[in-house]
Design a protein around this ligand. Structure first.
Ligand code: ZN
Length: 449
């Protein structure tokens, strides 16, 4: 398709970094200053709002809270870090507000976005963002970061092109990551005529409408079990004790290990599904009944939305169709054979017989079939109305510091919030898709600003 080249993708490539002692100090300063600018600007806007005054403009905040603040005694140290870092912090705050306002006005589908919150020194994840005038990849393999110098990086895979922005993060285990945004061209795979509906579940990770069952690998389940055990141990330790502090670090380390392994495995599984199918349909997690159960939350954490995010961007990258069933579909309650709604079923009911047509259903297979049918119907409707409405490309969740994530490591899992389907080959109003890169490592923060 001629229009393929019009669809630029932005992929994120993350690498572990190893700053030396003086660089760590410089980064700590930058994290701190970015946080102070964020909080100062946020306070101004909140106070203006409380006083019934108009929304404080970015340009005013930039002048007052960055340029002029540097000249005051109490904020003089802002001058010690790169101005780019401070400006980006303000821009991220703006993005957080924009997402919030869009969500309020209903311009943004998916779960409601909370207004930006104050950042704390104690947040489990610290970060700064830089544009190309404040960093560069050097020939010696280090990455030059303004005011910090050349930082050593473990290049687990090469960057496919020159990056357009860099996020430096430190996670709760004290690990550093450099995450680059790179503009890439799609890599369109030969077309197939296969379509698949996916049902994400607890007992089986995913059941596909073609009968494929995807189980979480043993090593991952073992690591998750160990994490749970460590979390229980932590909860038993006395508050404020040394042992509690030690246990907390253990939990954070294991959490990071689980997150890394899960991400790797999600990449493998999602790549396979996208390679094998021309169209992929998934139930929107925001409306899925399962996700609302506490059990699901404790077991799978952010795993599902990360996985669905990978499917979405890989579909765009490889010229496949990705459809999310946006409205509430009781996929586990409707008979996929005759369409009769059989009523809610508790999670332990794995098999049931339709009272209308007598078909014996496996719960998950039936749900996957329903997802496929609903996805096909949506796609048909979308193609009928194409041209009038255009197609939206999902943006990744606007992490941009809008969430103070309670989790220890993976702050900001990719989650599709813009809703709608992804159809490559059609230039969209959104223009670009931001997503994780294949096999990316690291904390996986996403910014959709
Ligand atoms: Zn039936």
């Amino acid at each position: 398709m001629a229009s393929d080249s019009l669809l630029a993708m932005q992929l994120r490539y993350s690498y572990r970094a190893y700053p030396d002692a003086s660089q760590r100090r410089a980064l700590a300063r930058a994290f701190g200053c970015a946080r102070v600018v964020w909080n100062d600007c946020l306070r101004d806007r909140r106070e203006a709002h409380a006083a019934g005054l108009p929304y404080v403009k970015s340009a005013d905040l930039s002048r007052l809270r960055i340029t002029q603040a540097k000249r005051t005694e109490e904020r003089a140290w802002l001058a010690e870090v790169s101005a780019v870092v401070l400006q980006q912090s303000l821009r991220d705050l703006d993005a957080g507000y924009k997402n919030f306002f869009d969500s309020l006005k209903g311009k943004r589908r998916g779960p409601k976005v909370a207004p930006p919150r104050y950042k704390s020194k104690k947040d489990t994840r610290q970060s700064i963002r830089l544009t190309t005038n404040a960093f560069s990849v050097r020939d010696d393999g280090t990455v030059f970061v303004a005011k910090a110098g050349g930082i050593k990086v473990k290049w687990s895979r090469p960057l496919p092109a020159a990056p357009t922005s860099l996020t430096v993060t430190q996670d709760s285990c004290g690990r550093y990551f450099l995450s680059f945004v790179v503009d890439t061209e799609p890599d369109i795979l030969p077309a197939l005529d296969t379509e698949v509906g996916i049902d994400l579940g607890l007992s089986t990770f995913a059941v596909l409408s073609d009968g494929t069952r995807i189980h979480s690998p043993k090593f991952l389940r073992r690591a998750e079990k160990k994490l749970k055990r460590l979390q229980r141990e932590l909860s038993r330790k006395a508050k404020g004790s040394k042992n509690r502090a030690k246990a907390r670090i253990k939990v954070a380390r294991q959490h990071a290990r689980v997150a890394d392994r899960r991400r790797d495995w999600h990449h493998k599984a999602s790549t396979q599904i996208i390679r094998d199918n021309q169209a992929v349909y998934v139930e929107d997690l925001a409306v899925s009944g399962l996700v609302r159960t506490r059990l699901a939350k404790s077991v799978h954490d952010a795993g599902w939305s990360a996985f669905v995010g990978m499917l979405a961007y890989k579909a765009v990258k490889h010229g496949r169709y990705f459809g999310k069933i946006g409205r509430f579909e009781p996929t586990s309650q409707v008979c996929s054979t005759c369409g009769v709604k059989d009523g809610p079923k508790p999670l332990h009911v794995r098999e049931w017989t339709c009272r209308e047509c007598g078909t014996v259903h496996d719960r998950d297979d039936n749900a996957a079939q329903n997802t496929l049918a609903a996805g096909r119907a949506d796609r048909l409707n979308a193609s009928r109305s194409a041209g009038k409405t255009g197609t939206k490309v999902p943006a990744q969740r606007g992490e941009a510091g809008t969430h103070r994530d309670g989790h220890t490591t993976v702050a900001g899992t990719p989650d599709l919030q813009a809703g709608g389907d992804v159809k490559p080959g059609i230039p969209t109003s959104a223009g670009t898709l931001r997503a994780f890169s294949d096999g990316s490592h690291g904390p996986g923060a996403e910014y959709s600003s």
